[in-house]
Ligand binder design. Sequence first.
Ligand SMILES: *Cc1c(COP(=O)(O)O)cnc(C)c1O
Length: 225
Amino acid sequence: MLAENLIHIQDEMKQACQIAHRSVDDVTLVCVTKSVGIDIATELAELGIKNMAENRVDKLLEKKDALKDFSSIKWHLIGNLQRRKVKLIINEIDYFHALDSYKLAEEIQKRVNKKLSCFVEVNVTGEDSKHGIGPEEAVAFIRQLEKLDKLEIVGLMTMAPIAATKTELHEVFFSLKKLQIEISNLQLDHAPCQQLSMGMSNDYSIAIEEGATFVRIGSAIFRSA
Ligand SMILES: *Cc1c(COP(=O)(O)O)cnc(C)c1O
């Protein structure tokens, strides 16, 4: 089932790339394993998956330890991170997708041993329930991070509203793309901002059409026919 689902997702990703005249090599599938155990995560690794994500610190550490033989896997922390947990996780991951406060950035700077690729999380639609900074704050926030030389701002991340229509999804992802271009055009050394982490199981094709370079997919990999 896993292998079939992965093939289906990769086909859909390819189609979305074709629609947008993009290369498939520019979009990375990040498998979100938060809803499955170590057994299934191991199967994914055996199928050749190279990017795995968790939204919780303890779960990521557990999976990473269990999969330590698969040393080429890149680990992505995609969920909100509490400052007191930074020291437990920050040297165990390759990407952090949910940077949304200066205090958190300072704690990362203090605890991390080498340069860490970070995405700034943006709450595009301003929904109250969400983490992330407002789009209008993004430029000032990213400029402020310049002093923190251990953080590299590789791009922006967002989560689309759950109940959005297709048109709304296109708008949300397109807004993030515009913001990403605006920031990359500033040519800040600490914030190349070339990447877009957007698109989940129900909206990844639309996200790719609008420029996603990392899609974070969970449930679509694990559903049964
Ligand atoms: C759970 C989660 C995903 C994956 O969601 P699915 O709908 O299962 O694909 C992506 N991003 C974040 C931040 C998540 O927490």
